[in-house]
Ligand binder design. Structure first.
Ligand code: FAD
Length: 408
């Protein structure tokens, strides 16, 4: 187990500086254009693939970094560049982690490389869990997967929504119900290989922020996938379902809590994205406050402005510490006894919303225009309190964990 540290080691600093250079030189200059176009920034993803930032190797290295700081550091730097473009670069990782966490070695080796493609032919992947009637309430999924034993195939029907890269992905990972009586324990994840008949893109959403990232519905109509596409395999699924049925008989609450624990581990990564956006807006505001003069002096000379900046920076640093602590705990298998993963996501995402709004205020009229980036950063920041569990759901998880009560 690695000791918790608040400092990056020399190797991590080198990687951070390299990521920062890419964010500053490639991502940030392209941000306004792709925000306006509301299209996937393929050339930027390609550039990221060329230098090695968009690759399985790079993410695996950060994911398995024992200090736990590899992923938060990566997210913070890329999202500092621009949230929409950064999500287009890291969105595939959501699906890849789904396979890494649940797949067999063969599935990992077969599908993850196809999610990324290569620098000459980049591909993306999508993780499809949310549905029109199952957002926060993940247990109420309706997409159904039925096993056709004669053909050793699964038949999937349903509609997924809000899928990042949905419909444009080479590989889709789809969560579906295999046993409707078991709530979230009756779910399983499936690979839908490239070109599978029956999978199509529904509407593509026009969004408030992170507009360079593609978000769409995914419609599944009699989608047939081979038995080998069930993540983890049939034997493991059957064993898991039998255990869940047994546990459900003894007490449903324990089943529910186990499902929540998995989310806890991925939430700090979203917190780190929020820290990146917040830091970017704070830096713009600090520089502006030092150079903009009113009443014959820089506006930062007023405590009213300087104190806002002091609060912004304090919150950002506090958010990063919560994120780093939770990431270290997740990588080192420390139990989240106080829902520390949810805490980090809650605090960092609310911080990003508040700090980006304060940055607009400090830039005055300029902050409200698209001539300056803080307006875009504020729109982007709104996503962090929504996806991977809304702020209300984080509070629910924290309160339930602290009290042990089934708070509603
Ligand atoms: C841009 C974007 C990208 C996304 N990417 C993906 C993706 O790649 N894959 C994927 O599967 N999903 C994705 N999502 C879905 C996202 O995770 C959901 O939007 C989120 O979980 C919230 O679900 P919902 O939108 O249905 O809101 P709802 O669950 O309907 O919530 C609406 C409001 O009610 C509140 N609420 C709900 N239940 C409670 C409660 N018990 N107590 C208190 N308040 C409550 C919520 O906090 C929220 O404020 C994405 C969403 C967006 C917007």
């Amino acid at each position: 187990m690695a000791e918790f540290t608040m400092e990056l080691n020399d190797e991590q600093k080198e990687v951070r500086d390299w990521l920062h250079g890419f964010a500053a030189d490639v991502i940030r200059p392209a941000a306004a254009e792709w925000d306006e176009r509301e299209e996937t920034p393929w050339p930027v993803i390609q550039e990221a693939a060329k230098v090695g930032i968009y690759s399985l190797d790079f993410y695996a290295q950060q994911y398995f970094d024992a200090t736990g700081l590899g992923i938060p550091m990566t997210m913070e730097e890329l999202f500092w560049g621009d949230a929409g473009i950064a999500l287009s670069i890291v969105g595939t990782g959501l699906a890849a982690v789904g396979v890494l966490a649940n797949g067999t070695e063969e599935q990992i080796g077969t599908w993850i490389p196809q999610m990324y493609g290569d620098a000459h032919d980049v591909k993306v992947a999508a993780f499809c869990s949310s549905e029109p009637d199952a957002g926060s309430d993940v247990a109420s999924l309706r997409t159904r997967a039925v096993y056709d034993e004669a053909k050793d195939e699964w038949v999937i029907n349903g509609t997924k929504t809000w899928a990042t890269n949905g419909g444009i992905a080479n590989v889709h990972v789809v969560v579906a119900v295999v046993d409707p009586d078991l709530g979230s324990k009756g779910h399983a994840s499936f690979i839908v290989p490239p070109g599978t008949p029956g999978l199509s893109q529904g509407q593509k959403f026009k969004k408030h922020g992170i507009r360079a990232s593609h978000t769409a519905e995914v419609v599944l109509e009699d989608v047939r996938v081979p038995g080998s596409c069930l993540l983890g395999g049939k034997e493991k699924l059957d064993e898991r379902l039998a255990r869940a049925r047994e546990k459900a008989k003894k007490g449903g609450e324990r089943v529910k809590n186990a499902a929540m624990a998995t989310f806890e581990a991925s939430r700090p990564a979203v917190g780190a994205m929020a820290v990146g956006t917040a830091r970017a807006a704070y830096e713009v505001a600090l520089e502006y406050a030092q150079t903009r003069e009113q009443f014959g002096r820089p506006i930062i000379d007023n405590q009213g402005v300087a104190f806002q900046l002091a609060d912004m920076r304090t919150r950002i640093d506090a958010a990063r510490l919560l994120v780093w602590r939770a990431s270290w705990m997740a990588v080192n298998g420390k139990p989240f006894t106080a829902a520390e993963g949810s805490m980090s996501k809650l605090f960092a995402s609310e911080t990003a919303k508040e700090v980006t709004a304060q940055a607009i205020q400090i830039l005055g009229g300029n902050g409200y225009t698209r001539e300056y980036p803080v307006e875009r950063m504020h729109r982007d920041a709104a996503i962090y309190t929504i996806f991977e569990g809304t702020s209300e759901i984080q509070r629910l998880v924290i309160a339930r964990t602290l009290s042990g009560m089934p708070i509603r």
